[in-house]
Ligand binder design. Structure first.
Ligand SMILES: [Fe+2]
Length: 298
């Protein structure tokens, strides 16, 4: 029986009781996966993994999907995206300032991310935390009238950050090349989205890559999304995770928003990231949307 401790009241579990470098039986993984869905954030402290071992672990949660930003894929395995502010010979070794705003990974894909896992390699002297906001609790707490209002609605998503579309900003989404942008169509997901495994509803990606609502004028849609984002990122829903060297964190993108936090660019920090997809598309909007891609600020 795995010894798990709560990270905070309401969600998040951690353990120092597991070594991911060793073989794990299907039964042991099933227990871990149940803890993952129950806790939404799962932290496995103090690991020591090769790229192959890290990918093998992530793969048990779902099929890995290499990030659209392919400049910083790990040389030994493209499923790993290197997040780092460390420079070698004057060149960046990884993606810096990735996702420093509340968002849900890959909500701009029709089959979005089930889980994201980070493996902490170099920990900065100060900060470097990841913030998680519990979107199940945020949905549960909505007034009934708001639940009724948003229940039939679909958000429109594309790559980017609705609140910061200046590509040069440190809190914008990492810029894409023209070729990378061309691969990114508009996507829809329910705003009150049932969890694909547990069925529990969450507010889904109301901050980050949601840019509109199907059938609603843009200004009205953004007002509603902003209202929901303000509600769902209140401190009472947020946990701030700090990393030790070797920590592996896995989080449930269907029920959380998360945000990186900015650190001093000269304070070295490196993480490896793998994102795995849900098994199949769920809950697409019935309406057909013209596949125009909004320009500016990805
Ligand atoms: Fe992210």
């Amino acid at each position: 029986m795995l010894e798990l401790n709560p990270l905070c009241p309401g969600f998040g579990l951690e353990t120092a009781d597991i070594d991911l470098a060793r073989p794990m039986s299907d039964e042991a993984f099933a227990e871990l996966e149940r803890a993952f869905f129950a806790g939404q954030v799962l932290v496995l402290r103090g690991q020591s993994l090769t790229p192959t071992q890290f990918v093998a672990f992530a793969r048990r949660f779902g099929p890995p999907e290499p990030h659209v930003i392919d400049q910083f894929h790990h040389p030994e395995d493209p499923n790993i995206l290197i997040l780092s502010n460390v420079k070698k010979d004057g060149k960046p070794t990884g993606l810096q300032d990735a996702g420093s705003y509340f968002h849900t990974d890959y909500s701009y894909l029709q089959v979005p991310a089930r889980a994201t896992t980070l493996y902490s390699i170099v920990v900065p002297r100060v900060g470097g935390n990841t913030l998680f906001a519990n979107q199940q609790a945020a949905y549960d707490d909505l007034p009934e009238a708001m639940k009724k209002r948003i229940d039939p609605l679909y958000g429109i998503h594309h790559y980017g950050n609705r609140h910061d579309t200046d590509e040069r900003s440190r809190t914008a989404a990492s810029p894409l090349t023209a070729e990378q942008k061309a691969k990114m169509p508009l996507i829809t997901h329910r705003i009150a989205r049932p969890h694909p495994v547990t069925g529990r509803k969450s507010l889904y990606a109301v901050s980050g890559s949601s840019f509109g609502i199907v059938g609603m004028p843009d200004d009205e849609a953004c007002d509603l999304l902003d209202e929901l984002a303000l509600h769902s990122t209140q401190p009472k829903y947020v946990y701030s995770l700090s990393y030790g060297v070797g920590d592996v964190v896995v989080w449930d993108n269907a029920s959380l928003l998360h945000s990186a936090t900015l650190i001093d660019p000269d304070d070295a920090r490196t993480l490896w990231r793998i994102t795995v997809l849900e098994p199949a598309p769920v809950g697409m909007a019935p309406q057909v949307i013209a596949p125009t891609y909004a320009t500016g600020g990805m």
